[in-house]
Design a protein around this ligand. Structure first.
Ligand code: ADP
Ligand code: ASP
Ligand code: MG
Length: 436
């Protein structure tokens, strides 16, 4: 059994959906097809939620009306057969009547989450009906009936497995379609796996079912060795280890959701990134195997906050770091990078929701300095910090870029640098020239 996930661009038009149907027909055996919303839809649904939050109901409704019209056109092109066209037009009406209804309700987080879930509900219904129209046997299962979050809003793999096994027990079809991104939370409400979460849905499903492989079909031919939105001469990497791919995803390589490699690695399910626009291209295979290449790729993660705590009490003292880390633990705020000296510790966070509270608490232990708008640049490879010449190549390349923090030797696969956001571009370009 394979899990095949198609992203927003891959299902972004009726023509693309038809191509996806071709691709899945070419994959043998049982498959679970996980779909994103049509590209652009989730952004629009988020904006409708934001209008509601600001009490701009008319704007929310007008944006929803425009989107409804686009879906009428989508349906008309995708379904030349009248009965399928009218059933799916009625479905569009049902979903958008529901969206308008939500805009009239008192705004809450739950309303916003129900709004953003509609994108994947639409795309999966269209795709299922398209396959049926073309004579293919398939079945759709609803993600909210199995994908479960725990009280910490993290995927609960055990419960998800029990529910998914139960749903699949009665299924005879070789093609099962489901929504990416959507989940149900511990309170029973509709929720999601955060932006880009369909990748995560696919690897969770692949992991708990022990799939042969998870394929992430997107608009690029694999994980590239640098951000292709900034560097014009990047190339796809044929093979990555789970650790390397995980570091790249976590540190900003947008092609994968930051956490999606974790379940695949835990259950040793290989992940293959493939290009829907060029199905013959090799793509990237992510597995337990480690290719012995010193430097494989560079990624960058924006909107980082650096916090420095200076204290003379740290000299010769133990327990100081523990007290600091406990504050971050209390506010459920993960720390990404740490550097220490005898009188100071610097660390970075990307979730600054509780920054004010954290600052107030750690100020008890020393003087606190905060730098916002920082970027972590992460250089990934095999035994990267143990090889001769890599460090000097990195630092020579960045001789004109002020480095705020350096994390070297903490991981087998990664060297991380913190720079102010305005230096990100320059740093990525210089590193690319020096390392590849
Ligand atoms: P999907 O909708 O299929 O999930 P995404 O837009 O989430 O697609 O991810 C694919 C995009 O990720 C690419 O078009 C590319 O611009 C961007 N990207 C950023 N960093 C990388 C990288 N290192 N390798 C490949 N793509 C990357
Ligand atoms: N549709 C969601 C998003 O745009 C999930 C995804 O595409 O992976 O974030
Ligand atoms: Mg994505």
């Amino acid at each position: 059994m394979k899990v095949l996930k198609f992203g927003g661009t891959s299902v972004g038009s009726p023509e693309r959906m038809q191509e996806v149907a071709e691709i899945i027909t070419g994959v043998s055996g049982k498959k679970i097809v996980v779909l994103s919303a049509v590209s652009g839809t989730t952004n629009i649904l988020v904006s409708i939620g934001e209008f509601c939050a600001n009490d701009q109901r008319e704007e929310a409704i007008s944006v929803a009306k425009e989107l409804r019209k686009k879906y009428y056109d989508f349906v008309r092109t995708l379904f030349p057969k009248e009965d399928f066209a009218s059933a799916n037009t009625a479905f569009v009406d049902e979903i958008f009547d529901n969206i308008e209804q939500l805009t009239h309700q008192k705004y809450s987080d739950q309303v916003a989450k129900m709004l953003v879930a509609q994108g994947e509900i639409l795309s999966t219904r269209f795709f299922t009906d398209y396959l049926k129209m073309t004579g293919k046997r398939c079945e759709m299962i609803m993600a909210q009936d199995f994908m479960t979050l725990d009280k910490e809003a993290e995927p609960d793999l055990k419960t998800t497995k029990v529910k998914l096994d139960h749903l699949l027990a009665g299924q005879k079809e070789n093609i099962i379609i489901t929504q990416g991104y959507i989940a149900r939370n511990a309170a029973g409400g509709i929720d999601n796996l955060r932006r880009g979460g369909s990748d995560y849905s696919a690897t969770i499903i692949g992991a708990i079912l022990g799939a042969e492989e998870v394929q992430i079909w997107t608009d690029i031919d694999g994980m590239h060795n640098n951000d292709p939105r900034i560097i014009k001469t990047t190339h796809p990497i044929a093979r990555l280890s789970f650790e390397e791919a995980s570091e790249l995803a976590y540190f900003g390589a947008k092609v994968l959701h930051p956490h999606c490699i974790v379940p695949a690695q835990m259950h040793e399910v290989p992940v293959r990134i493939k290009n829907t626009m060029d199905p013959a291209a090799h793509g990237t295979l992510i597995s337990a195997e480690q290719e012995p290449e010193a430097v494989k790729a560079i990624a960058a993660k924006d909107h980082i906050t650096a916090i420095k705590i200076k204290s003379s009490r740290m000299v010769m003292a133990y327990g100081f770091l523990k007290k600091i880390f406990e504050v971050f633990e209390r506010y459920k705020t993960p720390i990404d990078m740490i550097t220490t000296s005898e009188i100071a510790v610097s660390l970075t966070i990307d979730n600054s929701e509780f920054l004010k509270e954290i600052k107030a608490e750690i100020s008890k232990y020393g003087t606190v300095e905060i730098d916002k708008n920082q970027t972590i640049i992460c250089i990934v490879g095999d035994l990267i910090a143990e090889r001769k010449g890599v460090g000097s190549a990195i630092f020579n390349a960045l001789d004109e870029v002020p480095l705020r923090m350096i994390s070297y030797g903490g991981s087998r696969n990664n060297i991380s640098l913190l720079v102010a956001e305005e230096y990100k571009r320059e740093a990525l370009i210089k590193l690319h020239e020096a390392l590849f």
